[in-house]
Design a binder for this molecule. Sequence first.
Ligand code: ZN
Length: 456
Amino acid sequence: MRIAPLAAAVTALFVASSTAAETSPDAHSEQVVIVECGHFVDVVHGKLLGETTIVARGDRIEKVVSGKVDTKAYMPAPNSRASLRYYPMPDRTCMPGLIDSHTHLTSQMSKSSYSDQFRLNPADYAIESTVYARRTLLAGFTTVRNVGDSNNESIALRNAVNKGLVPGPRIFSAGQFIGTTGGHADPTDGYRWDLQGDPTPKDGIINSPEDAWKAVRQHYKDGADLIKIMPSGGVLDESSSADNPQMTIAEIQAVVAAAHDYGFTVAAHAHGAEGIRRAIVGGVDSIEHGTFMNDEDMKLMKEHGTWYVPTIIAGQFVMGKAKEGWYPPQVARKALEVGPIIMGTAGKAYKAGVKIAFGTDAGVYPHGENAREFEYMVEAGMPPMFTIQAATLHAAQLLKHDKDFGSIEAGKFADVVAVPGNPLDDIKLMQKVDFVMKAGVVYEAGGKPVETALDN
Ligand SMILES: [Zn+2]
């Protein structure tokens, strides 16, 4: 990522810089960013702290101190390639970069989505995804787990973000969905017979444990980071049931065994109680949506240490749009059946002590509105601090990357966001993120995009 040192003043006091930072491959490691926060959410101890200063060097956090630091001590030597940026934010509350554990960055549902799939090519979705990635980052989400696309566009997007070609969150991609014939992952559900073809493991469609191994290995070959399966019906496909079981335990176990060979975690979309039970017993890492999760499922999740990613906002959104006529009749019926239930399930799971990671199903609703989920989680009965921990520390644990991010501590990636005021008093402030730093690069300050960081 090219950094033009002088242009990023924004609301920050730009202290000092140098020549040629943008041409030196090492320039980034010589950049220091000092972020002075009026308050600080300590997600590790679940506490709101007072004035705290974060010093980032290169892409990592060098130190976190109570109060201020002497900025003069960080002034680069004259003519050095190093630079220093200073962001005094006395009225802001800082916290770790947010993590959405359930996004679909390569599409966004609209009234025309069902016919678009006959008009748009993978390249169209890939280009759209760069816009959604930017919106997601500027909303404060510095990391996402992208749990499924149609043609591995999210793997290409991840690579483009990693190369610094497009701004976006750090992406962990599941590549294509994996499911069974006629199920939630089948790309030809609802097509007339002569257009259906017969999707195979290469398309993410499996019908035996042997197929499961092949599909996971194909994902390894494609460059995925994790696996997403569909052990129960879903809402937005054109089949009849949102909750019937759609994979056998043997198929799920085969996916999990194959995934473990390649160091992948497994996320399981599941609405129905039986699909959820099979996924937990089969060894998946997380249950997504979990709408009709029963007491037995919750008990099993605690026993197996399975994470729950509720996606309440998706339920609320599809319920609203079903009434506005966005979906084909069969989809609308399922949306009205599933939508209202998720919030209650999330509240029950929280009370039962199930591990919860923040996730939203972004793409089902407009990208960039991810932080509305915080409000729904609080409405479901979760304390505001818990919701922020779910979107930082817990989501990083689910990704098995809590050594690298999820909290603001020395040695971790310098992922920091800030909101005006105290989000523990008013959780809606999470929708007002106006400072975003990812890996030591500031993308937004004073509520304005930092164009030098966004523009290549
Ligand atoms: Zn989803």
